[in-house]
Design a protein around this ligand. Structure first.
Ligand code: FO1
Length: 320
């Protein structure tokens, strides 16, 4: 039996890994990945889209396994030369990665949209997965901290997530339009599931869900909406999600993530480490899948993707 199409909502590394597994399991033309662009920023005059590039490079199998971001087989001559002449080097741009930022910036300045440029890059780098920026309009995450309101990349990279978080603002969100192709993909006849990847709920998934009309559109989909917990055993698999939760007065756990998504979900996927949280999550009205969620190889990415798709089928059979 043919598997239907899937829409995944994703941030950086966790989202990219699951997207790679889903792409393998679903086959060509069945996966749309809607990617957070609220951590995009301008640096050295260049338009940088970290999550979009992480997803794109991973799906093309060109991603850098050492850093978790950027391209494989990278060299750093540009960065070294820039450092020697006293330039800003806190955000590290590799020589090969630089080509992506320069070409994207050049094309955006000539009036092309981010979505169109991304589609072209994906085709040229070699993935048939539909990778969509959540919006063509700029949205910027600002982190409210104990030292003030800071742009996301300053908080994340320059300050190494050390300031204490008090909240988040998504500048530009009110006027940003949800990518029309993403909107269409949520209405596909053969849509089987919407999957919220194991990405940071506050800074990767919340910007997508906060775009005007997205929550309503998700309310209207007739297929299961399933999220995968980015918290395993009280720790974030990668990044500052657990630290953020603690600083916002919330116990870092899969259960807290499930609560945070409120009534948006039909199903929630947790790691076997957190099996004892299963019944509490079910009390929220979500079906729970307990499985191995840590993706360290292509096999583990495919296994998780397959388990989630099977889970969606099970829920779908009873879903109205
Ligand atoms: N993350 C870092 O921790 N340090 C860096 O110097 C850095 C450079 C960088 C360059 C291009 C790119 O696409 C991503 C880069 N990242 C870097 C990752 C990125 O800032 C974050 O992982 C995401 O924004 C969070 O999802």
């Amino acid at each position: 039996m043919a598997i239907g199409s899937v829409v995944a909502l994703a941030g950086g590394v966790g989202g990219a890994k699951l997207a790679q597994g889903l792409a393998e399991v679903l086959g060509p033309g069945k996966l749309t990945v809607v990617v957070n662009t609220a951590d995009d920023f301008e640096y050295l005059g260049l338009y940088i889209c970290p999550d979009l590039d992480t997803v794109m490079y991973t799906l093309c199998d060109l991603h850098n396994l050492e850093t978790g971001w950027g391209l494989e087989s990278e060299s750093w001559n540009f960065l070294e030369a820039l450092r020697e002449i006293g330039g800003d080097t806190w955000f590290r741009l590799g020589d090969r990665d630089l080509a992506t930022h320069i070409e994207r910036t050049h094309r955006m300045r000539s009036g092309e949209k981010l979505g169109a440029i991304t589609a072209d890059f994906c085709a040229k780098m070699g993935t048939s997965v539909r990778v969509l920026p959540m919006s063509d309009d700029p949205v910027r995450t600002m982190v409210d901290t104990d030292i003030g309101l800071i742009p996301f990349q300053e908080y994340f990279v320059r300050l190494g997530c050390s300031p204490k978080v008090r909240g988040f603002e998504f500048e530009g969100i009110e006027n940003a339009v949800f990518n029309p192709l993403a909107s269409e993909s949520l209405k596909e006849q053969d849509l089987k599931a919407v999957i919220i990847c194991p990405s940071n709920p506050y800074v990767s998934i919340a910007p997508i869900l906060s775009l005007p009309s997205v929550r309503n559109q998700l309310r209207d989909v007739v297929v299961p909406i399933i999220a995968v917990s980015p918290i395993v055993g009280g720790q974030a698999i990668k990044g500052p999600a657990a630290k953020m939760m603690r600083e916002l007065g919330c116990n870092p756990s899969a259960l807290s993530v499930a609560k945070g998504y409120e009534d948006a979900l039909d199903g929630f996927v947790i790691d076997i480490t957190d099996a004892d949280e299963s019944s509490k999550i079910e009390e929220l009205g979500q079906r729970v899948l307990v499985t191995e969620t840590i993706m360290t190889s292509i096999e583990s990415k495919k296994r998780l993707a397959k388990n989630i798709i099977d889970f969606a089928s099970e829920i779908g059979a009873t879903h109205i």
